[in-house]
Ligand binder design. Structure first.
Ligand code: SF4
Ligand code: SF4
Length: 138
């Protein structure tokens, strides 16, 4: 299994906080990629109250997270949003922000945020279009 590499400076030594109580949203392409690994959507996806499809939490952590080894069971096929975290899109502010739950978030520079922001925006737009067209994966 591929090691879990923190997207930033690895401040979570005891537990990968981004995999705890996750609210990560998946695109259809994310789900199709994960399906090819033999996982069933009814096991790893839930429909959130806002209508988007999110990773399911089991015992307080992402379905794919192993708290013993602190690894992600689908690391190389993980959702796009997991690759961009802790940079997320704040719909109300209409801009990319660093998620306050990430302990290393404060050390991200504006340049680092800018570098990823256009990809995060594109992902959010894709999720919005899929929801509008009834093509969400769950
Ligand atoms: S898919 Fe992997 S990286 Fe993403 S929240 Fe789950 S365990 Fe963490
Ligand atoms: S919450 Fe932040 S510091 Fe912790 S593993 Fe995720 S990206 Fe790295």
């Amino acid at each position: 299994m591929a090691p879990f590499n923190c997207n930033h400076n690895g401040a979570c030594n005891d537990v990968r906080l981004c995999c705890i109580d996750t609210e990560m949203t998946l695109t259809r392409e994310d789900a199709e990629r994960i399906d090819t690994l033999g996982h069933s959507r009814k096991d790893y996806l839930i429909r959130a109250p806002d209508g988007f499809c999110q990773l399911r939490n089991v015992e307080g952590h992402c379905y794919f997270y192993d708290p013993q080894s602190k690894t992600c069971g689908i690391y190389e096929s993980r959702p796009e949003g997991c690759k961009f975290y802790p940079i997320i899109y704040h719909v109300g502010k209409r801009k990319c922000v660093v998620d306050k739950d990430c302990p290393s978030g404060e050390t991200l520079t504006r340049q680092e945020i800018r570098k990823v922001c256009h990809k995060v925006r594109a992902l959010v737009e894709k999720l919005r279009m899929e929801a509008l067209q009834g093509e969400s994966p769950c």
